[in-house]
Design a protein around this ligand. Sequence first.
Ligand SMILES: *[C@@H]1O[C@H](CO)[C@@H](O)[C@H](O)[C@H]1NC(C)=O
Ligand SMILES: *[C@@H]1O[C@H](CO)[C@@H](O)[C@H](O)[C@H]1NC(C)=O
Ligand SMILES: *[C@@H]1O[C@H](CO)[C@@H](O)[C@H](O)[C@H]1NC(C)=O
Length: 176
Amino acid sequence: MYAFSIRLLMMLSVLKLISSRTEFTNFKCHSLDTDFSEFEYCTLKAVNRSYKYISTKIILHKVPITKVKVKFGLYKKFSGYRPFLYNISVDACQFLKNQKTNPAMSYFYEFFRSASNMNHTCPFDHDIIVDKLSTEFFNHRITKILSFPEGDYMFEWHWIAYDITRAIVKLYLTLS
Ligand SMILES: *[C@@H]1O[C@H](CO)[C@@H](O)[C@H](O)[C@H]1NC(C)=O
Ligand SMILES: *[C@@H]1O[C@H](CO)[C@@H](O)[C@H](O)[C@H]1NC(C)=O
Ligand SMILES: *[C@@H]1O[C@H](CO)[C@@H](O)[C@H](O)[C@H]1NC(C)=O
């Protein structure tokens, strides 16, 4: 499935409609269980036309957390958002120990790693922060590393701790 996705992406990347510009259009964070975790903030900020970023802070009430699963889905808007190429589910604790085990997840994790304090192995015993992750950084990874066709996309994460979905984070962006 992964090999297939890569092939498909390579095919798409030779098409003409390859994006060169990324805009964040919305950023939504939703806690399903506020006794477990809460978002202190979840912001999309435009400093000026060229500098836009997202930031979030998740307060974890039941630390340490030793069992985390992450489901990641990429969606593209056709008429409504539809699953697009990637639907990945990983044991985050295993993944953080050895990121090579899942190259697709690794690609998407790299969007956040440098802007977050998540770059360590389990357990998680502190609040989680993503600080000023900019469109510029996204743009580089989306257009230079893998090329995605133009359009509206949504990155969706489900955070699952001890087999219960605790939070859902959605980032909407437009590639033009
Ligand atoms: C936008 O804001 C950033 C950060 O303050 C600054 O470095 C950059 O020069 C600004 N760009 C423009 C076009 O004003
Ligand atoms: C992702 O894959 C799982 C397991 O194969 C499936 O149950 C789920 O419906 C899929 N989600 C999307 C959005 O395609
Ligand atoms: C953080 O990420 C870098 C780059 O992938 C890696 O080399 C480093 O070992 C990571 N640090 C920890 C504490 O996991």
